[in-house]
Design a protein around this ligand. Structure first.
Ligand code: UD1
Length: 429
């Protein structure tokens, strides 16, 4: 199994190109199943989760062609996928495939909307809390589907097609909103999604669906209105930049000190995180090419932060912020409100000498002057990268084990960081 070795202590200087957002690319690829014409997606990140979803879609009969490089493309350019779901030959998404990635469960929406039936294994994915799918099932039932659970599979049918409805989510859910949105595009009549997630990836998917002929308004607000259409057609869409990758590298720079240009980043996608970084002592400058992050001289100031749905501070940056705060001058408080059990990184950060106390949903981090490198283990996707951030500032060597989690969500992480002066290498085998 691959590992990553990091020798801490180097400041980061240079440019990091920001990739397309994983959390937009996955639902966009799934949305391609809503039409029998070709959807072309640009700026798709080269990630293990994307490759896994290609296999899952392939199993339904979807053809995916990855375009080769063109003259002028630089090495980090995302890939262009041509996705054609002309013939859906299988409406079952088997356990062996779905269990590896939670978001693949979302194929249930286009399968039901277009084929009027689906049999999808209950999902797996990151081990952060229970992560149920009850609200996704509720949304599809509102749209007229009949669902039952049989031997670990959700079996769904909508013999006469889906019908528009009002879906009010009792809590904000990204997965629920994606599924309701995709399914409603081909439902008869009008659908209203109330208390919808406002995450930028929802807006990106809605923009793409509208290019495909859907009639969606209000995406990016808590109330989305969808007028169902009989058919969607092909389109071309560029995946928006990854705000979590952007925030992760911004925190890495705040941790090590130095100055890095995050090329292609869009500040409005992560304003709350940029505000927290400013409070912590980083200097954030927005320019034509993205965001410039610097910390020169000043120490790291402690912060008090709660995760919240967009536009609040993202849960997907919680672990990275905690790593940063391990070296703050004073006590920080971080409260996780979205997922239970999303504190697996706490034990691993303690191996560097971090002082963190957990009390229910809140972690109190007493900053220490020094971290020491240690062997650590990646647990989930975002927790893994928090260990990398700690290691970059720790004295001596850190070996990060089980890095397949990193490969699920961070494109060429070690190349991007070493190009900015970090001592980081992948050890294969
Ligand atoms: C998505 C993101 C993930 C991010 C999360 C929150 C993708 C591929 N993943 O995950 O990176 O951390 O949003 O921003 O986009 N819930 C229920 N019942 C349901 C569905 C969800 O109770 O049927 C709960 C979850 O357990 C959680 C909360 O709702 O406590 C939010 O989950 P949700 O927004 O749906 O997260 P995901 O879409 O799974």
């Amino acid at each position: 199994m691959d590992r990553i070795r990091i020798i801490g202590g180097n400041k980061l200087h240079g440019t990091i190109p920001i990739s397309g957002a994983k959390n937009a690319a996955l639902p966009l690829m799934i949305a391609a199943m809503l039409t029998d014409e070709t959807l072309i997606l640009d700026n798709v990140p080269r990630l293990a989760d994307v490759a896994q979803l290609q296999r899952i879609l392939g199993n339904h009969g979807v053809d995916i062609m990855a375009a080769g490089k063109r003259p002028g493309d630089h090495e980090y350019q995302g890939q262009t996928l041509h996705i054609s779901a002309k013939n859906i030959i299988d409406t079952t998404a088997p356990y062996e495939l779905v269990s590896k990635m939670r978001a693949s469960f979302w194929v249930i929406a286009p399968l039901l909307a277009r084929m009027h039936e689906a049999k999808v294994s209950l999902p797996g994915g990151c081990a952060i809390g229970t992560r149920p799918v009850d609200l996704l099932i509720m949304a599809l039932e509102k749209l007229g589907a009949e669902l039952s659970i049989d031997a670990g599979y959700v079996v769904a049918k909508a013999p006469g097609g889906l019908k528009g409805a009002t879906i009010e989510f009792p809590k904000v859910t990204v997965s629920g909103t994606h599924v309701a949105l995709m399914a409603a595009t081909l439902a008869r009549g009008t659908t209203i999604i109330a208390n919808a997630a406002c995450e930028p990836e929802i807006t990106d998917v809605a923009d793409c669906l509208n290019k495909m002929g859907a009639k969606i308004t209000g995406a990016g607000t808590p109330r989305i209105l969808i007028e169902g259409v009989a058919k969607l057609h092909g389109a071309r869409h560029t995946v928006l930049p990854d705000r979590i990758e952007t925030g992760t590298y911004a925190m890495a720079v705040a941790m090590t000190g130095g100055e890095v240009q995050l090329s292609g980043a869009r500040p409005e996608l992560l304003q709350s995180a940029l505000d927290v970084l400013t409070e912590a002592g980083a200097t954030i400058t927005v320019n034509n090419d993205g965001i410039r992050v610097a910390r020169n001289g000043a120490g790291i100031s402690p912060v008090t932060v709660s995760t919240a749905p967009f536009p609040g501070f993202p849960t997907d940056l919680q672990a990275q912020l905690m790593a940063l705060m391990t070296r703050a001058k004073g006590a920080s408080h971080i409260t996780e409100t979205i997922f239970e059990n999303r504190f697996m990184h706490v034990q691993e950060l303690a191996r560097f000498g971090a002082r963190i106390q957990l009390d229910g949903e809140t972690a109190t981090i007493d900053g220490v002057a020094r971290l020491r490198g240690a062997p650590v283990m990646a647990t989930d996707l975002r927790a893994s990268v928090s260990l990398v951030i700690a290691a970059l500032a720790a004295e001596g060597e850190t070996m990060v084990n089980r890095i397949y989690h990193l490969d699920r969500g961070f494109e060429r992480l070690e190349e991007k960081l070493s190009a900015c002066g970090a001592s980081i290498e992948r050890i294969s085998g």
